[in-house]
Design a protein around this ligand. Structure first.
Ligand code: FAD
Length: 297
């Protein structure tokens, strides 16, 4: 990493961590070390950081809560930009405006206290606003595409901020236009509904309980595979008797066959080996190769 970038970060008062152990920030607790992780605490600092790196021609990866990324066991050479401190939010004309780095569920909870809702089913997904818009996260029949009004994005190549209306987000199952564009989500606007804080809180609680009944707790990346059409791949993994299958420290959850857990100091190689086992099993029995929902770096 060039000294001039470090100097720039100091000059702009942008927090950074050298030699970060990615295991500490990854929700599955896996990864090598990142040479440099940057934690801007405002949209302006995020923009300046990305713009500076683009001008330098340095590689970077913008991440939210790292709940959908399997990092490699080897060192990560690109600059890791963590958005978690760019986390402002407000209610604006009965709409919910949120910056990219806030944890969506935590914000749902906060606006519930003000009597705003419309996000019940999405509660409990552990992603950031940016990560959830990026991958059109969803659960229990609702996805981000159902609640999004518009998304503010930054194009590093054009050095330009644009407000993208819902129609241009090209949302589909666990996908959006942003997946292929290299643009950065700065913030998003969501439509809301109104109800009493008490009723909303009760509904959120029942969603949490539903999740707890269905999903294991512990270190994971959530569901590893996308549905195949309407078919949950987890059901096939279960039918194949693969629950509990272990490679190194990684294990297919006994509670939900779609989850691979880091049971004990698992490596990315262990997780990848289990993924390959599942693909082999599903292909030989059902004739298709399941597609990952997670991003493997
Ligand atoms: C226990 C558990 C349960 C889960 N349940 C669900 C579920 O019910 N439904 C579901 O859909 N998912 C679920 N997930 C997966 C995950 O939480 C979602 O995919 C979530 O949207 C990822 O958000 P994140 O902030 O962690 O993104 P990250 O993992 O940090 O990043 C994911 C991708 O988004 C990109 N990205 C992040 N922020 C930005 C930004 N500001 N601009 C541009 N790109 C950005 C990253 O570069 C990366 O490519 C679960 C995960 C876990 C661990």
């Amino acid at each position: 990493m060039t000294q001039c970038f470090i100097d720039f970060l100091k000059e702009q008062d942008v927090k950074f961590i050298e030699d970060l152990d990615i295991k500490q920030i990854s929700s599955i607790g896996i990864g090598g070390r990142a040479k440099l992780a940057v934690l801007p605490n405002s949209e302006e600092k995020l923009l300046k950081t990305v713009s500076f790196l683009t001008q330098l021609g340095e590689g970077y990866k913008v991440v939210g809560n790292t709940t959908n990324i399997l990092f490699p066991d080897t060192d990560f050479r690109d600059v890791l930009i963590l958005t978690r401190n760019v986390n402002g939010y407000r209610i604006e004309n009965d709409m919910f405006y949120a910056e990219c780095g806030g944890t969506f569920s935590a914000l749902i909870r906060k606006i519930a206290d003000l009597g705003y809702c419309g996000f019940d089913e999405l509660y409990g997904i552990p992603g950031s606003v940016g990560g959830m818009v990026f991958g059109n996260a969803g659960a229990y029949g609702k996805a981000m595409s159902d609640v999004t009004v518009s998304v503010r994005i930054y194009s590093p190549i054009a050095d330009k901020i644009t407000e993208i209306p819902l129609e241009q987000m090209v949302f589909s199952y666990r996908s959006s236009a942003l997946k292929h564009s290299g643009e950065i989500i700065l913030s998003a606007l969501f439509r809301t509904e109104r109800d009493s804080a008490e009723k909303i809180r009760a509904r959120l609680l029942s969603i949490v309980e539903r999740r707890k009944r269905a999903q294991p707790s512990g270190k994971s990346l959530g569901s590893i595979f996308k549905r195949h059409g309407n078919l949950p791949v987890s059901r096939l993994i279960d039918e194949l008797g693969m629950k509990g299958l272990t490679v190194g420290g990684a294990v297919i959850s006994n509670k939900h066959a779609g989850f691979i857990m880091n049971a004990s100091e698992a490596s990315a190689a262990d997780v990848r080996a289990l993924i390959s086992e599942v693909k082999r099993g599903v292909y030989s029995q059902y004739g298709f190769i399941p597609e990952e929902e997670i991003e493997i770096l």
